[in-house]
Design a protein around this ligand. Sequence first.
Ligand code: 4AZ
Length: 415
Amino acid sequence: MMHRAAGFGRGLKPWIIALLVLLLLTVVAVAIGLLTHFLVSGQKMEYYHSTFKISDLRINSNSGQSSPYQLKDLRAMSENLVDDIFIDSALNKHYIKNQVVRLTPEEDAATVDVIMVFQFPSAEPRTVRKRKIRSILNEKIRNTRALSINTSSVEVNAMSSSTGKLTVQACCGKRVVPLIVNRIISGETAARAAWPWQASLQHNNVHQCGATLISNTWLATAAHCFKDKANPRQWTVSFGTTINPPLMKRNIRRIVVHERYRSPAKEYDIAVVQFSPRVTFTDNIRRVCLPEASASFQPNSTVYITGFGALVYGGESQNNLREAKVKIISDDVCKQPHVYGDDIKFGMFCAGYLEGNYDACRGDSGGPLVGKDFKDTWYLIGIVSWGDDCGQKNKPGVYTKVSYYRNWITSKTGL
Ligand code: 4AZ
């Protein structure tokens, strides 16, 4: 082989060899260029912001307060509408998703702010694309019967991808992993980024309690975590699915315990905690949504608890985050004499199983009990508060009812 190759080379004129090398280099350069075009520019997401006004709504309940369910429904209906519009359009292949980032209720109407994400391969000017998107939205909205939207209210604007990405990520209650069902007590570890709002509150660097990220600077947790430990300087918060190493760590600036919490009483077991500097939301660190004050969650519905707490009563906290699927238990069931009787007061609810086993335990306190709506948006429904032992028969976990304290949270955090 070696001889024949040498002979072939010797038979060619130098200028032909140079031409061949040049040709080869050109082919390689074009191939690299094409690959880069499809892999890099072809993958680039484009973000567009749209607002429109839904009219003829009767989203007010009898009490005069807007009903959270209906507002939440409106968010989901708007997202479904935008999905349907683009999936059934000429931009079908380029449409990725949309997310309602703000819903502003007015009397019998609501303004919707939505971010739409597209992926276009060609380098067509954005003004042309913006016009296409607006004309599709306008045309389909005119024909929709599900919601009454004034086409003159429809606006579309291009966003920079950095702003678009940050705005989408800043949204609450969204995560980027599929659900894997495990357990806390006698359970398995949680998937990375599955519970991006979970935090660990540490006193002198020792894990004490769970907490939940509700904004880029505020956490919700249990008041009892700060019993005899009220100095914010001795507290830190870490994020991520392991305590060691932490994904991110912050100093606690302010601890606001409910002013009516009086240990050993278990009512008002809620606190909000401010840390600094603020976090930038990523796939792994993200805030959960807070339910409206009037939201209620159906007994027997499936919710999830997560935490670094002990596996058995009196056991040690865990380095890896764990999760458990539990069910909300009605007050009627939980207030039975053989369960907790009159110990279940206002602003509390039970979750778990009367058969025992799946439960929160020491070290899970202050951490989240979350549930999702049908658009896969997660809400903080409860805060791990107390229980008689862990995982015992007829002794489910007891949680602070977040909706009951929703206005208190606003009064302290502005959220
Ligand atoms: C605790 O001691 C604790 N089984 C938290 C939750 C439960 C029990 C005890 C619920 O922090």
